[in-house]
Design a protein around this ligand. Structure first.
Ligand code: NAG
Ligand code: NAG
Length: 221
C-alpha cells in the first residue's frame, strides 16, 4: 500500500498535493456555527471563503469571486443566476460572504441594465445546485439544497476552521478551470462543485472532469 502511494506521487506533477484524509463532522444548522457570529443581529461575518488543502497548489488559499449567467428576455440581457467561483490570480476584487437567517449569502450585483451592466448590489442567498453531479454554489435560484458547516478532523485532531459542505457529509469540492466568458468580468476562473456519492460522470463514471482537481472550502476568518 505504501509502495503504491509512493509510485503514484512519482508520476504526478510538482504542482499537485494530495487531499488529506479528513473526517467531516456537521456543525448545527444556523449561522451561530460560523465565525464572527453576532448574537444581536443573528449574522455571522462578513468574511470570504477560501480554497484550502487544494490538490492544485497554484490556488491554495485563494478567496472567492463570482460569475453570472446571462439570458435574453424580451430582447434584453437578464441575470439568470450566478455562481461562487475561485480566481486564477488572488489580487482581484473578491465577493464578500456572510450567514444571515440561516443561509449563506453573497454581496453582489443582482440585475443587469438594458445595456448589460451589472447593478443593484445586495446580499443574495446561496444554495447548492440541486443536481448531485453539479452541486455548484449558486445565487438567484429557489430550489437548491442548503450549504452546511463542518469541522474537520484528521484522526482525533480537530483542524482549524469551519468548512463548507452539503448532503451526505461531503466536504470535498471539485475546482474546474474555465476560460473567460460573458458573466466572468473578463477573468478566467475555477468553477466549484461539491463532490458527493453521486457526483461522478453518469456515463463514464469518472469522478472528476477534465481540468478539475479536488480541495476543501474553508471560511477565511
Ligand atoms: C453525518 O455525520 C453525522 C455525525 O457524525 C452522522 O450522525 C450522520 O449520520 C452523517 N450523515 C451521513 C449521511 O452520513
Ligand atoms: C482545459 O484547460 C485548458 C487550459 O489550461 C484549455 O485549453 C482546455 O480547453 C480545457 N479543457 C476543457 C475540456 O475544458
Amino acid at each position: 500500500m505504501k509502495f503504491q502511494t509512493a509510485t503514484l506521487f512519482a508520476v504526478l506533477p510538482t504542482t499537485f498535493a494530495a487531499l488529506p484524509d479528513v473526517t467531516a463532522k456537521p456543525l448545527p444548522d444556523g449561522c451561530s456555527s460560523y465565525p464572527a457570529y453576532n448574537t444581536d443581529t443573528g449574522v455571522a461575518g462578513p468574511w470570504n471563503i477560501q480554497a484550502f488543502n487544494t490538490e492544485n497548489i497554484a490556488i491554495e488559499g485563494f478567496t472567492d469571486t463570482n460569475i453570472y449567467s446571462i439570458s435574453i428576455v424580451n430582447r434584453k440581457p437578464t441575470m439568470r443566476w450566478g455562481f461562487i467561483t475561485f480566481p486564477t490570480r488572488n489580487d482581484i476584487a473578491k465577493t464578500r460572504i456572510q450567514c444571515s437567517d440561516g443561509s449563506l449569502q453573497a454581496y453582489t450585483d443582482s440585475e443587469l441594465t438594458d445595456a448589460g451592466e451589472p447593478v443593484n448590489v445586495q446580499w443574495l442567498n446561496l444554495q447548492l445546485n440541486p443536481y448531485p453531479y453539479d452541486q455548484s454554489i449558486m445565487y438567484k435560484i429557489d430550489d437548491g439544497e442548503p450549504i452546511k458547516a463542518f469541522e474537520h478532523y484528521i484522526g482525533d485532531e480537530k483542524q482549524d476552521g469551519v468548512y463548507l459542505g452539503g448532503y451526505d457529509n461531503s466536504t470535498a469540492w471539485g475546482f474546474k478551470y474555465e476560460a473567460v466568458n460573458a458573466g466572468s468580468s473578463g477573468q478566467d476562473y475555477y468553477y466549484v462543485r461539491l463532490l458527493g456519492p453521486n457526483s461522478a460522470d453518469s456515463s463514464t463514471g469518472a469522478p472528476l472532469q477534465v481540468n478539475e482537481t479536488r480541495g476543501f472550502i474553508k471560511v477565511a476568518a
